[in-house]
Every structure is written in structure tokens, then in C-alpha cells.
Design a protein around this ligand. Structure first.
Ligand SMILES: [Zn+2]
Length: 355
């Protein structure tokens, strides 16, 4: 009978283990912890260094059951308001008791940029947070923010969503960027989540070389470097806070929760297929500082050789005429009039029939 008792004990052990596997555990972040089926708000400190300290406001929604960790990051650019307003709403709407897994919502990644109402850069050190990943704990403020985001948010996630808009003096057509190629992780899953947003445009960025991942590394490429399936969400322009754009981000994130198996409910409908697919982009850059006069400051198809706009000097003389080097679609760009040498005046997406 001894073997029977042994078998019974083994079965009991197995049963208790499988119960434990379904129950969520406390989620630890930045020295704090969130119990299962709970939500908590934190300020992750970015300590003072070469310049002042700052913080990153984060809400963690820890589900009642186990599942993946989704990180949704808003406000890498503090003037891109649609993402920030969507994050605020999502932090209220997602119910931890009905969630499997954990959602980390970064409400505003770049507080100095937000409070300073500063497009593109953090006004403290004039650096673009979306070019300095993985950051540096001994660097200037923007680099220290990137370091904290990379360690506490990106590294802790299973799926990364980097949410942006057209910045101040930028036009933009809503799109989702998806990372594919040999250096990206789980492109099919990322594409499924991308389609769930139902935006008109999807761009595939193929990560072929480490240099592509590293040069001026953005938050989304930090996701790629850390081996996380990653999407870039872009909607709205010129710092808009259009309620329709905010609602579109919320719908996309809530659809993502279903696709990732974190929330119940019907899967997003197939009718949300995008109208246009693109394989990579080409940027047209200005060579001079001055006054930029675009032919049209709006998304549109472009022919090869078509004039995009002219740059004039401060005496009103035309010093540069910018033309499209390819046939494609003007996805986003600057509206002008200010332009600096090196600025991408328009980013042209290259059409493709399929991925
Ligand atoms: Zn941005």
C-alpha cells in the first residue's frame, strides 16, 4: 500500500502546483509591489545627477490571474498629448479583477518635456528621449530617464507599446510601426496586435543589423534590443488632443489585451485590416537652417522627383529645394516654418503589397 500512498501524495502535489500556476503573484517594480487583482500608482524616482532629479508616473494593474506583462508607454515626447490622455483613461478603465497578467502604464515618460510644453526635446538638457536609449545612470536628465525606463519598464515587459503622436509643428497620418527581420522578436504576434488598432497604415521596420537597432536608439528599438515584441503607435498631429485620437488608442490597447489573452471578449474584427502596408521609410532632410515652405503639410502620395518644399534663408532667398527621392507616401513630417539643418522634413513610407 506504500506505493499507493506515494502516488496519492504525488497527485496532491501536482494538483497544488497547477492551482499555484494559475494564481497571480505580487508584481514587483522599482522597489515596490502590487498585490494580485490590484492597481497601484507610483512615482518612479529619477535621482539627481549632473542636473535635477525628476520622476516617472506609472500605474501598475496586476491581474487576478497569471499572464503576460504589457507595457504601454505614453509621453516619451511631452507635447504628444493624445497618448498621455489615453494612458490616463486606460489606467482607470482596465479592471485588475478581470485581467490575466499585468499592465504597466507609463502615464508620462518625459515629465520635464510635458510640464515645459516642449516638442521633441527635454528642455532641461535639450536631448530627445527617443534617441538616447538604453540611457545612462551617470548621464544628463534625459539619459537617466531612459535608463530607468529601460530597466524598470522595458526589461520587465513581455510586449512593449510605445505610443506617440505628431509632435508640435508636425503633420502625421495614423500608423502602427511593427518590428520584423532577424533582430526582432515575434513579428507575427506584433502584427496581430498592430492590426487590432484598425489604423489606415502599418509600417514594417525590418531590423537587419545591430547598427539599425543601436543608432540614436528610440524606446521602441530598446524593446527590440531587449527581445520584446514591440509596436510603435502614432496618431494625431501638432500636439492635438482630439478625443477621437484618444479613443482610437484606448480601443487599440483594449483589443491588444484580448489578442494577448489578458482580457476576455470577442477578438477584434477582421474588417479592421489596414488600407496601406509599407516596408520601411525614407527621410528627406534639410541641409540648412532657415524658413521651410512645404508644398503641402499633410500626408499624401508622392512621386519620385516631386517637390516637397523649399528652404529659404533669413533674407528670404531660396537656398534649398527638397524633392522626393522615391515613390511613396508622405506619412509624417514637419509643417515648418522653422527648420534646422539635419531635420527630417518628411518621412516617406515605401508601399508593399504584403508582409
Ligand atoms: Zn513622438
Amino acid at each position: 500500500m506504500r506505493w499507493l500512498r506515494k502516488l496519492f501524495v504525488a497527485l496532491l502535489l501536482l494538483a497544488s502546483q497547477s492551482v499555484a500556476a494559475a494564481e497571480a503573484e505580487p508584481f514587483a517594480i522599482a522597489g515596490d509591489s502590487v498585490a494580485p487583482a490590484n492597481r497601484a500608482d507610483f512615482r518612479i524616482e529619477v535621482p539627481a545627477g549632473k542636473d535635477a532629479a525628476t520622476f516617472i508616473p506609472v500605474t501598475v494593474i496586476n491581474g487576478a490571474e497569471r499572464g503576460p506583462v504589457l507595457a504601454m508607454v505614453a509621453g516619451v515626447h511631452g507635447f504628444e498629448f493624445a497618448s498621455i490622455l489615453a494612458a490616463e483613461r486606460l489606467a482607470e478603465r482596465i479592471d485588475p479583477k478581470r485581467l490575466s497578467g499585468t499592465v504597466i502604464i507609463v502615464r508620462v515618460a518625459n515629465i520635464p518635456g510635458f510640464e515645459g510644453r516642449s516638442p521633441n526635446v527635454n528642455p532641461v538638457d535639450r536631448k530627445n528621449l527617443n534617441r538616447v536609449f538604453p540611457g545612462d545612470p551617470d548621464g544628463t536628465q534625459t539619459e537617466r530617464i531612459a535608463d530607468v525606463l529601460a530597466r524598470e519598464v522595458v526589461a520587465r515587459s513581455d510586449f512593449l507599446m510605445d505610443v506617440h503622436s505628431g509632435d508640435g509643428a508636425e503633420f502625421l497620418d495614423a500608423f502602427i510601426g511593427v518590428y520584423g527581420g532577424p533582430l526582432a522578436t515575434d513579428f507575427p504576434l506584433a502584427l496581430k496586435v498592430a492590426r487590432g488598432f484598425g489604423f489606415a497604415n502599418i509600417v514594417r521596420y525590418s531590423m537587419e543589423t545591430q547598427e539599425q537597432v543601436d543608432r540614436g536608439r528610440s524606446l521602441n528599438r530598446q524593446g527590440v534590443a531587449a527581445g520584446k515584441p514591440t509596436i510603435l503607435v502614432e496618431i494625431g498631429q501638432n500636439g492635438s488632443r482630439d478625443p477621437a485620437h484618444v479613443a482610437a488608442i484606448i480601443l487599440g490597447v483594449e483589443n491588444a489585451l484580448k489578442i494577448l489573452g489578458m482580457a476576455q471578449g470577442p477578438q477584434p474584427a477582421e474588417s479592421s485590416l489596414p488600407a496601406r502596408l509599407f516596408e520601411g521609410t525614407v527621410s528627406v532632410r534639410a541641409s540648412y537652417d532657415g524658413v521651410f515652405h512645404p508644398v503641402a503639410a499633410s500626408p499624401r502620395p508622392l512621386a519620385k522627383g516631386e517637390i516637397i518644399g523649399v528652404v529659404r534663408d533669413y533674407a528670404g532667398r531660396e537656398i534649398e529645394r527638397l524633392v522626393s527621392p522615391v515613390e511613396g507616401y508622405a506619412l509624417y513630417g514637419i509643417t515648418g516654418p522653422p527648420v534646422e539643418a539635419g531635420d527630417g522634413v518628411v518621412t516617406i513610407a515605401i508601399p508593399t503589397a504584403a508582409f
